[in-house]
Write a protein that binds this ligand. Structure first.
Ligand SMILES: [Cu+2]
Length: 684
């Protein structure tokens, strides 16, 4: 039977559909002038509140410590607590976030609204690896096209909001922090010092983390899982007159000697310098307010290292660089029943990566390749959102229009790609559109929302121009394809929640139909470059793929200060032939019991996955078994001369379970039993 002939047709024609959605959007904005109703929306960053998640990280927000599971844990560990996020692990450091079961290329990941792109062809340095919780206030997680505020996306957006003193009249204040974890001998020290007055503030912080190899549940040492990182940040602001503010940010993040046990190479250096200057004006004319304009620049250097590995068949040097400069300007307008957000943005990115192979035989020549051929990407966009409070329900509309140009600047890299694509041109321009509409309604203790959206994204640098990128997950070399069509997404989502006194329950589903889904497809005419690779895959547009996510959560107050909470989620991803997509989560669950008193807090939690029923043999996956782990924490706060001493300790994976999850690259085992302790002293 020829499967190709029986393929179901796509549900909609995306090109026509996007036009229809645009018209619906325009009509809704202009036809809904009646039934005026006053609404107040503090910030339109989160649209509409119900569909998004916020993970509080707590820099500059004291007393949130008590609510945190592990105060000085990594940003990755915090992100893991969000229901829509999974983390792909290649070791103990720099996990790659996946949102709605989609990773980097399909997400808009930003730092305080700034675009920043990793410099590794093997995804060793996701954007999230270049910040630390010490200077972040919260992670804003937007599902699907809700994330289009921060860029073109399919799966959603993650924005890491930096913490500032915000001109509070506090004078000098600061803290010192210290933590230790037993399993991998992780040592963390950090300090912050701030000075804040209504007309001026300056915030400085530094944090240092160093870990040895970790041990899995059966006591097995996971070699090459060590890391060392430090992060320094300096933020300042001047308030010239009431509500007119200039702010600057400088972040420096460097990791050295980072092991990636799931990969054939490690990292000797991953460094980011992130800077920005912004102007904020609380009120403008009329109903316009909160005008913010920011210009930014960031530079990343990433150097891979195979010199510590035994039995390297051929030694390689693989450095990569990514530089981004950008600007955005946005303002809000609240009047009558409309809450509008306008934004224009643009960025320029340069991505370059090299590979030099040194044969063991000194008579053979070195081989040099550009794995990213100095790709220059220019992206400009406009974004508009409107939340309209009608008499019986609320409508949230948003749209983004963008123009993206890529240019292959390096002659050698361009000519290398021309071997595969003789017709290829250096420059390529794409028009990117996205729209979303969400209806929401509160009815007594219930709130409901229903949404539909359309989005597009351009291929990433690797997908468009990567040159023999080895993927150790499926053991294939990957080649980019400059002729790829934009990937599209047709999304629907629904959520119902119930909240009354002591009980809150919610259930949520979303479905993505993704025409022109980009994935590597085997080309048996090509032979691999990497020793041991099974073949070559070329990035190709599938006819479509589909991703479905569902989640339920509940929280109940048993007694004063004692809460029980639980979550359950199930996901599915298939391509147009019904084959499973890789890295899709099986059934997951968690449940916890927590006590939060005035001074003391404690918790016990259980989390796990069911067996991975739907795994992708085609993309190098095998079945992952079910697992359950149990953890417990205890925290205590003391007040000493008006200053705060906060101590927290806990045991993770109490029963030292040996396990690996669907998101562990090449099945590397997770950490076994781990005891953590943290101590922070705040001078107010
Ligand atoms: Cu790398």
């Amino acid at each position: 039977m020829n499967i190709a002939n029986n393929r179901p047709l796509p549900l909609w024609d995306p090109g026509k559909m996007s036009g229809v959605i645009l018209w619906v959007l325009v009509l809704c904005v202009f036809c809904s002038k009646s039934h005026a109703q006053e609404i107040s929306v503090d910030s339109l960053y989160i649209l509409p509140v119900d569909l998004n998640e916020v993970v509080i990280l707590g820099a500059k927000k004291r007393l949130t410590h008590q609510k945190q599971h592990k105060p000085l844990s990594s940003l990755d560990e915090y992100l893991e607590t969000a229901q829509k996020i999974n983390l792909i692990k290649r070791g103990a450091y720099a996990w790659e976030p996946s949102l709605n079961n989609m990773t980097s290329e399909r997400l808009a990941v930003t730092i305080d609204g700034m675009q920043i792109f990793g410099a590794c062809t093997d995804k060793m340095d996701p954007t999230t690896s270049y910040v630390d919780v010490s200077n972040l206030e919260e992670a804003q997680i937007q599902s699907g096209q809700q994330g289009a505020l921060f860029g073109n996306t399919i799966g959603g957006g993650i924005n890491m909001k930096l913490g500032h003193s915000r001109f509070k009249d506090k004078g000098w204040y600061g803290s010192v922090e210290n933590a230790y974890e037993s399993n991998n001998n992780l040592r963390i020290v950090g300090a912050e010092l701030n000075y804040s007055k209504p007309e001026f503030y300056i915030d400085g912080d530094i944090i240092y983390r160093k870990a040895d190899n970790y041990f899995a549940g059966d006591g097995e040492e996971v070699v090459f899982s060590q890391f060392e990182k430090y992060n320094i940040s300096l933020n300042s602001g001047i308030q010239f007159s009431e509500g007119k503010k200039l702010a600057t940010t400088l972040l420096f993040d460097q990791a050295n000697d980072v092991g990636y046990p799931a990969l054939p190479m490690d990292v000797s250096l991953a460094r980011a310098v992130i800077t920005s200057v912004s102007w904020q004006q609380d009120s403008i004319t009329g109903n316009f307010k909160d005008w913010e304009t920011k210009i930014y620049y960031n530079n990343i250097k990433h150097v891979m290292d195979d010199t510590k590995r035994p039995n390297v068949p051929i030694h390689m040097d693989m450095p990569g660089w990514s530089t981004t400069a950008g600007v955005y300007s946005q303002m809000e307008r609240i009047s009558g029943k409309h809450a509008l957000l306008f934004k224009i943005d643009g960025f320029y990115n340069r991505s370059l990566a090299e590979m030099t192979m040194y044969p063991n035989d000194p008579n053979e020549n070195e081989m040099f390749m550009l794995t990213w051929p100095d790709v220059r990407t220019t992206n400009t966009g406009i974004y508009l959102a409107d939340i309209i409070a009608l008499k019986s329900f609320t409508v949230a509309l948003s749209g983004r229009l963008g123009l993206q140009n890529t240019n292959v600047a390096d002659d050698f890299g361009f000519n290398s790609l021309k071997i595969f694509y003789p017709e290829m041109e250096r420059s390529n321009t794409r028009f990117l559109k996205s729209f979303s509409v969400t209806f929401s309604k509160d009815l007594n203790a219930f709130s409901m929302s229903l949404g539909a959206a359309y989005g597009e994204r351009a291929p990433s640098v690797s997908e468009g121009f990567g040159f023999y990128l080895f993927n150790s997950f499926d053991a294939h070399d990957y080649i980019g394809n400059p002729n790829l069509t934009n990937e599209q997404s047709l999304e629907t989502n629904a959520k119902v929640s119930y909240k009354k006194e002591k009980l809150s329950v919610s259930a949520e589903v979303n479905f993505f139909h993704i025409p022109n889904y980009i994935i590597g497809v085997l080309d048996s005419n090509l032979s691999p470059m990497t020793i041991g690779a099974a073949g070559v895959r070329v990035y190709t547009n599938l006819e479509y793929a589909q991703v479905f996510n569902s989640a339920m959560s509940a929280k109940y107050q048993l007694l004063k200060g004692i809460h029980w909470s639980a979550g359950l989620s199930w996901h599915r991803g298939t391509d147009n032939e019904g084959e499973n997509l890789p890295l899709i989560s099986p059934l997951t669950y968690n449940s916890s019991l927590s006590y939060t008193g005035k001074r003391t807090s404690a918790s016990i939690s259980v989390s796990g996955n069911g067996v991975q029923e739907n795994f992708s043999v085609r993309y190098g996956e095998d079945q992952t078994n079910a697992y359950t782990v149990v953890s417990a924490t205890l925290g205590r706060r003391l007040v000493i001369h008006k200053n705060d001493l906060y101590a927290k300790a806990g045991i993770e994976n109490i029963f030292d379970t040996s396990y690996s999850t669907f998101s562990d690259w090449n099945n590397i085992p997770r950490m076994g039993r781990n005891i953590f302790m943290s101590l922070s002293y705040s001078i107010n």
